[in-house]
Design a protein around this ligand. Sequence first.
Ligand SMILES: [Zn+2]
Ligand SMILES: [Zn+2]
Ligand SMILES: [Zn+2]
Length: 260
Amino acid sequence: MRPGEMAVTFLGTGTSTGVPLLACDCAVCLSTDPRDKRTRPALTVQGPEGTILVDAGPDFRTQCLAQKVRRVDACILTHTHADHLFGLDDLRQFNFQYNIRIPVYGTAETLERVQSVYDYCFKTTQEGGGKPQLDLVELIPFQPLMLCGIEVLPLWHWHGEVRVTSLLFNKTFAYVTDVSEIPEETRPSLQNLDTLVLGTVRYEPHPTHFHLEQAIEEAKALGARQTYFTHLSHYFSHKDVSEELPKSIALAYDGLRLAF
Ligand SMILES: [Zn+2]
Ligand SMILES: [Zn+2]
Ligand SMILES: [Zn+2]
């Protein structure tokens, strides 16, 4: 991979429950279309010098097996809801396999929460089978950093009352999930990109996420060449929603790969 190039893999595109939902017999949960099988939201961004993982939810290990993720060099957490965080312990296999520590990036608030949820990683206890070896590194919105040969610009947006980190990679590809409002100061960095990912969960309005109509409006306003929706619930049949969307917008699905 040459400087400036990157490859994105959607590890998961489902909402917090995953799809199918446990014990649900709706048409989408029973669908045989593989694009209606959605694990918890996460992606990898591979650059010339390594692979960045964005979020590590409860499906992280099986996502790595499904998408053949063989190594993670850095992890960025958008926020600390369970569907984005509760797979972080499984990073340890990459610690052991490659004898590396893994930096975990997040806002001060995120890192504080990681230290409390994964307290055993950050204090001396018996080693047992081995603990994740993680270095917590603070992200400051609008302060760019180089990671794995990729320029990463951290931004932020609202998810109800929670502030979530959005990310712009190489000024080309942005990931904005768990979003109910994009603040004015973030908007210019997301305008007219090549590819934009936006979260949306369902047709009906939702207190902490865009609903479909709102996400379509935002996608049009931000004007990316191509927008993908993620964090999708069982209210969305991939085939049915896809037929309603304009050409510049598509639903993401687990295993979708993009090259830049
Ligand atoms: Zn979420
Ligand atoms: Zn269902
Ligand atoms: Zn969330």
